[in-house]
Design a protein around this ligand. Structure first.
Ligand code: AMP
Length: 464
């Protein structure tokens, strides 16, 4: 099968060829014709399957035939959970739209809002955004949705995990009812299905990865070790193996900082990426990692979500995640697009329960390899695979109801008086909940956004 046979026109095909893609990936083969036809799509696909091109290419195809975008308007909107994913998707959109007279923009929190407001005055055929910042921009009248034709929810499961459901619902309420909806999610929990019910209309359902499957090209194993010796074991593994780039996951932001300092003290170039880092520091760490200036990127789950680092050979779980599904997401960073990868987990006795939950989810006992000299004093019990089916999780309340998940939760109580309404003023709940990502200045030391002033957008010249 070729890209041409999917109904894409010459300028897009040229941009695709320039990327070196020869054949469409399975998700692209299924999603592209459906989206071009104008159908709603619900796709179960993880990062690494080529899903970004799967929705971007046909959306661009559709937009290339429509009217020009007006100031402050948007014709296609892609919502993503994290700043990094937003930046990445926006980069892909710009690449694929290179030969088309279409404009694109990206907005997310953690950076100044004013340049984004200025940019939106020109309107954007495609806008990639994180929900919190987009809602801010809407409330400040910097963006309008009258011209919206297509809505894409990318990594919808993670957006719900991060407590964005209310922001998403507020945004949905101000969008035109007549629009095409594309929903992409790594997993389809009951909660996602509930969201989908009110969103997609008679959708084409696509699934390219079995639920919670791990890529067969990833070699996974665990290293039993005492907690106190993990950092030294990782140092040894890094020094003795010819690993090249390594993405290391820790459970906490402080853990990521501590490990980075430990590695740097032993001559290993490392940087940490997590929600307490400024956007500038996160972007720099990622760029340095991609350009091989640093060997080890130490990340927390949320910061690493959706990162697309080409052919990452090595993922290390310095600590296992509490949520078993995160293990699948983590090791999905390697073994992409058929490339071989290795995922190693350093597991101490305290993590036995987390290990058992992961093994139950992925339906396999992970092989163990003992590194000599690092035998655990506190023995990790032998695994016994729990083959009972996993009950679907109950839909979670979002953080505004006092339950939050993810690294952004700081334990601050949501403050009712700061509740923000679409079209209203004041801080978003994310901000009042101490949620640093996707909000202007939050968590970065930057000044908080002033209450929204209603002002008419000023005209600006449009560059395409
Ligand atoms: P995604 O799942 O969208 O994050 O894409 C994962 C990676 O696959 C990206 O680096 C893309 O550049 C690459 N990719 C997307 N489509 C194709 C294709 N048809 N052939 C080869 N690589 C692709």
């Amino acid at each position: 099968m070729s890209f041409a046979s999917l109904g894409l026109s010459a300028p897009i095909l040229e941009a695709v060829a320039k990327q070196g893609y020869e054949t469409p990936s399975p998700i692209q083969a299924q999603a592209i014709p459906a989206v071009i036809e104008g159908k709603d799509v619900m796709a179960a696909a993880q990062t690494g399957t080529g899903k970004t091109a799967g929705f971007t290419l046909p959306v661009l195809e559709r937009l290339s035939n429509g009217p020009r975008v007006k100031p402050n308007q948007v014709r296609a909107l892609v919502l993503t959970p994290t700043r990094e994913l937003a930046a990445q998707v926006a980069e892909s959109v710009a690449l694929y739209a290179k030969n088309l007279p279409l404009s694109s923009a990206v907005v997310f929190g953690g950076v100044k809002i004013n340049p984004q407001m200025m940019r939106l005055r020109q309107g954007a055929d495609v806008l990639v955004a994180t929900p919190g910042r987009l809602l801010d921009l809407y409330n400040q009248r910097a963006v309008r949705f009258d011209q919206l034709e297509v809505l894409v929810l990318d990594e919808a499961d993670r957006m719900l995990d991060m407590g964005f459901i209310r922001d998403i619902r507020k945004l949905l309420a101000v969008m035109p009812k007549q629009r095409q909806n594309l929903l992409f999610s790594a997993t389809f929990s009951d909660e996602i299905r509930q969201l989908a019910k009110g969103l997609v209309n008679n959708p084409v359902e696509i699934s390219v990865t079995p639920r919670n499957a791990t890529a067969p090209t990833v070699k996974q194993w665990i290293c039993p070790v005492d907690k106190s010796r993990k950092a030294n074991l990782l140092t040894k593994l890094l020094k003795e193996n010819n690993w090249g780039q390594v993405l290391v996951f820790t459970k906490t932001k402080h853990g990521a900082n501590r490990l980075t300092t430990h590695l740097e003290g032993r001559g290993i170039k490392a940087a940490a990426i997590h929600g307490n880092k400024s956007q500038g520091a996160r972007t720099k760490a990622l760029a340095n990692f991609k350009s091989n200036e640093i060997q080890v990127l130490v990340a927390t789950d949320i910061a690493a979500r959706g990162l697309d680092i080409e052919q990452l050979p090595q993922v290390v779980n310095f600590e296992l995640p509490h949520v078993a599904e995160d293990y699948v997401h983590r090791i999905g960073r390697t073994g992409r697009a058929g490339c071989e990868g290795q995922a190693i987990s350093l597991v101490c006795a305290d993590e036995y329960k987390d290990l058992a939950a992961i093994e139950r989810l992925i339906k396999q006992v992970l092989p163990r390899e003992q590194v000599s000299g690092f035998e655990a004093v506190n023995k990790l019990p032998e695994s016994r695979l729990d083959t009972r089916p996993i009950k679907p999780k109950k839909p979670k309340k979002d953080h505004r109801d006092g339950q939050r998940s993810g690294e952004n939760a700081k334990g601050h109580k949501p403050q009712g008086k700061n509740k923000r309404h679409v079209g209203g003023q004041g801080k978003s709940q994310n901000e009042s909940a101490g949620k640093p990502s996707n909000r202007s200045g939050a968590g970065t030391g930057a000044p908080k956004a002033k209450p929204a002033k209603r002002r008419a957008p000023r005209p600006a010249s449009v560059t395409r």
